[in-house]
Write a protein that binds this ligand. Structure first.
Ligand code: E4P
Ligand code: PEP
Length: 453
């Protein structure tokens, strides 16, 4: 695996220097000594991931950029400390593995599997405050920063939560590694992943038909003596938005093999739409690390922005280093994306292009729920494929907010969830996620787009 060669950039700016750049979307800690103590604790913690694993993912993302693989990245909008249970983590893995099987089988393309988990605890917000019945408190910014309860105590920004994020992420990763390498992810188990809902759901039945085909293929391979390791375990990677500088800085370490800095909080970290300023602290920090990184690009991004960000984040043009995650909204993607892709490509830049069909399609229902319409999500992915197909570039993947549970947060889909249905199981603390059936439906539709049917 080629390791990036930029020895002159091993220096990492200090946390104070990064803050002096005017970092946005950061917590305001009242007690500086408590903040320093949390950072010191984190600096002593062992890495959550190894640099070599980050290199492996970078190699897989280089395949995505070259049109040889497809990225499936998904998980909660915001993980919660309470959500770190075996059942919850297993359900998320189950839906991601099931989607990956559908994509791999129906589109015959290798799928790179990346969870939005084991670190996705901090949220950028549109407003610093929230007002309920005339009372205004700090907005909830994710469990990394404050609590969801609408009380002054819960909403205060508490630096010790960063240590809790580390512990929750370690527990989640430990479970994810066990599930993906310890037998649960064995392809022969794919029926078992969804037995509880195949009987009463059309998408479940469709999934089961693929399962029967795969069984026959596995039996054939067994008969001729082929039994690759890939059938028993899967490569699975973690990712989150690198938002809170204290956390990401404390977990940025020099790799003993290469002497390069890696953010060992996750295999892949991304810069959000609200923090991608070229001269901002987040771009500065992530320009120093050797992990593969993502940048969200919303409808106001220009091609010049994207090219400048790429040049700053990857001047050596290391393959697989940068992934552009576009999130235009269904109504804007066909108009906005072509110019971006065309100009970036004309600049000789090879990136993985990935579609986030969630963040440009959020609205509030008349009964007060923040939601997304399943058809808009699909329409944005369709637009993404159309644009890339017409330009001859590779639609490299999808980045989705989803859960393995049967929540009711996004309207539409096969079950035709209505605004009224959202009252049943609306559990997200921030943005609405696709539920298990909607996620599988998305996978089938994306597989059709990928295979050109
Ligand atoms: O997930 C993304 C953002 O954190 C989220 O969309 C912000 O939501 P808000 O506009 O309610 O603050
Ligand atoms: C905040 C997010 O997205 P964006 O930066 O694209 O708004 C997110 O993916 O959680």
């Amino acid at each position: 695996m080629r390791v990036p060669a930029y020895p002159w950039r091993v220096s990492i700016p200090s946390l104070d220097d990064l803050h002096a750049m005017g970092a946005v979307q950061q917590p305001t800690y009242v007690d500086q000594s408590a903040r320093d103590a949390a950072v010191q604790t984190l600096r002593k913690m062992p890495p959550l991931v190894f640099a070599g694993e980050c290199d492996a993912l970078r190699g897989r993302l280089a395949d995505v950029a070259q049109g040889k693989a497809f990225l499936l990245q998904g998980g909660d909008c915001a993980e919660t400390f309470e959500g770190v249970t075996a059942e919850n983590v297993r359900n998320k893995l189950r839906v991601l593995l099931s989607m990956a099987v559908v994509l791999t089988y129906a589109a015959s393309v290798p799928v790179v599997k990346v969870g939005r988990l084991a670190g996705q605890y901090a949220k950028p917000r549109s407003s610093d405050t929230e007002t309920r019945d005339g009372v205004t408190l700090p907005a909830y910014r994710g469990d990394a920063v404050n609590g969801f309860d609408f009380t002054p105590e819960a909403r205060a920004h508490d630096p010790h939560r960063l240590v809790d994020v580390y512990n929750a992420s370690a527990a989640t990763l430990n479970l994810a590694r066990a599930f993906t390498t310890g037998g649960y992810a064995d392809l022969r188990q794919m029926h078992a992943w969804n037995t509880d809902f195949v009987k009463n759901s059309p998408v479940g039945e469709r999934y089961e038909r693929i399962g029967a085909d795969i069984d026959r293929a596995l039996a054939f391979m067994d008969a001729i003596g082929v039994d690759p390791d890939e059938f028993h375990t899967v490569d699975f990677f973690s990712s989150h938005e690198a938002l809170i500088l204290e956390y990401e800085h404390a977990l940025t370490r020099i790799d003993s093999r290469t002497q390069l800095p890696y953010d060992v909080s996750s295999h892949f970290v991304w810069i959000g739409e609200r923090t991608r300023q070229l001269d901002g602290a987040h771009v500065e920090l992530l320009s120093r690390i050797a992990n593969p990184i993502g940048v969200k690009l919303g409808p106001t991004s220009t091609a010049d922005d994207a090219i400048a960000l790429y040049e700053k984040l990857n001047p050596e043009r290391t393959p697989g280093k940068v992934t552009f995650i576009t999130r235009f909204g269904a109504g804007k993607i066909r108009e906005g994306l072509p110019n971006l892709v065309e100009k970036v490509t004309a600049a000789g830049i090879e990136v993985a292009w990935v579609c986030d069909p969630m963040h440009g399609n959020t609205f509030e229902t008349s009964n007060g729920y923040k939601t997304r319409e399943f058809d808009d999500v699909i329409d944005e992915v369709r637009g993404f494929f159309e644009v890339h197909r017409s330009l001859g570039t590779w639609p490299g993947g999808v980045h989705v907010e989803l859960t393995g549970d049967d929540v009711t947060e996004c309207v539409g889909g096969g079950a035709k969830l209505s605004a009224e249905d959202l009252t049943h199981r609306y559990e997200t603390l921030c943005d609405p996620r696709l539920n298990r059936a909607q996620s599988l439906e998305l996978a089938f539709l994306v597989a059709e787009m990928l295979s050109g049917h």
